[in-house]
Ligand binder design. Structure first.
Ligand SMILES: Cc1cc2nc3c(=O)[nH]c(=O)nc-3n(C[C@H](O)[C@H](O)[C@H](O)COP(=O)(O)OP(=O)(O)OC[C@H]3O[C@@H](n4cnc5c(N)ncnc54)[C@H](O)[C@@H]3O)c2cc1C
Length: 502
């Protein structure tokens, strides 16, 4: 019987997995112990703000995180009723992606689903969720507060995994940390993100993350540091011929404004433009000035005053976040260890990537609960069969969209793109709404052998991802900087790209 569960990483996946496992397994295993090991000494404060779709909010609510987030008051994040889309060139509104549903109150889960008994069950949970954007640190603290209420979850900071040793006769795994301490458990969950040590050193050695050629340049500023008024209600995507700038409030009363620009950027340039804790002031200033220059070249000519001001603002602390992905098709598990979240399937970011990570956590804990009396392998196989196709589909869609947009647009192409936006929004609305209604806690799980025969019907396989049909990142042409000024670009960012609705 499983008693000690070890989780590597306290990101969204690790914390969601701990909460979900505690929910599901506590009634079955009274002496259950879940321990999370995090390499940082304190929760990370970097990473700006995260956009969450209605489905991510539904799942965070199931895990008890929304109640904790609500305690943050104005810092609980900004509600998003719609993503408004503008032409940065002309200032015209091009349409909006709805996050509030027909009645304006959000999206509830699918009304009918197929229960484990095979019966059709009416979902009584009519709770509705809209979209939102919250500072990552606040989401993380809310999740930690929810963890704090579970006596069977412990989190240990400052423990970086360096190796895993299977203890075969005992059916256990032993973890070795960088400080040479060890821990032993019955089940290991590798939730340690895109560069996962669990994956690289144990489950699937050799499967390294690959740089996607894209990086995000991001910052959060005080709204009142701008002289001009923002031109949108909560979240805007601003198209230009060289990409899209995301501008979104991330606190309830809109005091804080999150900014995100996608850039195609050579891998060699990434290291030199990423800030490290031990970097001195002159390097930090050089990076800040270079990134600021890039943003100004791309958006300085916008006809929207607020965008123009942001592009000219020399005090914004822009940071570069390189985007890596984990190649498809690798192993997700061995005898007693499994990868969840970005560790298994980091992909080009889409606004609902976090929802995939939380889905993983909920589906895994539900499968483990049902298969608790069988060898762990069985749980892993069933989980893999439930998640693999959906994740593969999302990964491929995302890559396709990025490839399709991998060139800078000329004036005519950009004019056509803008014209197509309303059509694309309409065309993708039903699949987007279906994705907003999905619920990992209702996904049918095939019954363990020996249980009475049941009808199983999965309700999420290949559910179109929200942003595969709404927004995703787009890129620009290869080669040197395509910026109009012709000035050399100090930091060797090669091109311009951004979020786009396609
Ligand atoms: C720039 C950027 C912007 C994004 N924006 C959005 C967005 O707006 N909306 C959205 O839904 N998704 C977004 N995503 C995707 C989303 O952030 C990820 O899908 C999600 O954070 C994955 O969570 P995770 O817990 O699997 O991994 P991570 O968040 O990477 O967490 C992994 C944890 O493991 C720890 N760890 C790593 N190695 C070790 C080790 N050896 N020992 C111990 N601990 C270790 C790390 O310190 C970290 O705490 C974005 C991604 C990027 C890169």
């Amino acid at each position: 019987m499983i008693r000690d569960i070890l989780i590597i990483g306290s990101g969204i996946t690790g914390l969601s997995a701990a909460l979900s496992l505690s929910n599901h397994l506590s009634p079955l295993i009274p002496d259950l112990r879940i321990t999370i090991f995090e390499r940082h000494f304190v929760p990370s404060t970097s990473g700006g703000a995260i956009g969450l779709s209605p489905v991510a909010f539904r799942h965070l609510d199931h895990l008890g995180v929304l109640d904790e987030l609500a305690r943050f008051g104005p810092d609980a994040g900004a509600d998003v009723d719609a993503i408004e889309i503008f032409s940065a060139r002309t200032g015209k509104s091009l349409g909006q992606v709805d996050y509030k549903g027909k009645q304006g109150t959000g999206f509830s889960a699918d009304n009918i689903y197929h229960g484990i008994s095979g019966r059709t069950i009416r979902n009584q949970d009519g709770k509705k969720y809209k979209g939102g954007r919250v500072l990552r640190i606040n989401l993380s603290l809310a999740m930690l507060a929810a963890i704090d209420k579970r006596p069977n979850i412990k989190i240990v900071f400052g423990k970086a995994l360096s190796g895993v040793i299977p203890l075969d006769p005992a059916n256990k795994v032993e973890l070795v940390f960088k400080d040479n301490s060890t821990a032993t458990g019955d089940l290991l969950l590798g939730c340690d993100g895109v560069h996962s040590a669990t994956r690289r050193k144990f489950i699937d050695p050799g499967r390294e993350a690959e740089y996607s050629r894209f990086s995000l340049v991001q910052s959060t500023i005080k709204t009142n540091s701008l002289r001009t008024s923002p031109h949108f209600r909560a979240t805007s995507l601003n198209f230009s011929k060289s990409g899209t700038l995301l501008m979104a409030f991330c606190t309830k009363h809109h005091e804080d404004l999150f900014l995100s620009v996608m850039l195609e950027c050579r891998e060699e340039a990434v290291e030199g433009h990423t800030v490290h804790d031990d970097d001195d002031q002159s390097k930090r200033s050089m990076i800040k000035a270079s990134l600021s220059h890039e943003v100004s070249l791309r958006y300085g000519q916008s006809s929207i005053p607020c965008i123009k001001e942001v592009a000219a603002h020399s005090d914004i602390d822009w940071m570069l976040y390189p985007i890596y992905q984990v190649p498809l098709g690798g192993k997700w598990f061995t005898e007693r260890a499994i990868l969840l979240g970005d560790a298994a399937h980091a992909m080009l970011p889409r606004d609902e990537s976090a929802a995939y990570a939380i889905d993983d956590a909920i589906v895994f804990s539900r499968v483990l609960t049902q298969y608790i009396d069988l060898p762990l392998q069985k749980t892993f196989e069933v989980y893999d069969s439930l998640r693999r196709s959906e994740v593969t589909h999302a990964f491929q869609e995302s890559s396709k969209l990025w490839k399709r947009r991998n060139k800078d647009a000329g004036a005519f192409e950009s004019w056509i793109r803008e014209r197509l936006v309303p059509l694309q929004i309409r065309h993708t609305e039903s699949s987007r709404h279906a994705a907003f209604r999905s619920d990992a806690s209702k996904v049918d799980i095939p019954p363990p052998p020996g249980t009475p025969k049941m009808v199983t019907k999965r309700n999420t396989s290949n559910t179109p991802s929200v942003l595969s049909s709404t927004s995703s990142f787009r890129s620009a042409s290869k080669g040197g900087s395509s910026t109009s000024s012709g000035e050399p670009v100090a930091i060797d960012l090669v091109d311009v790209s951004g979020l786009a609705i396609r």
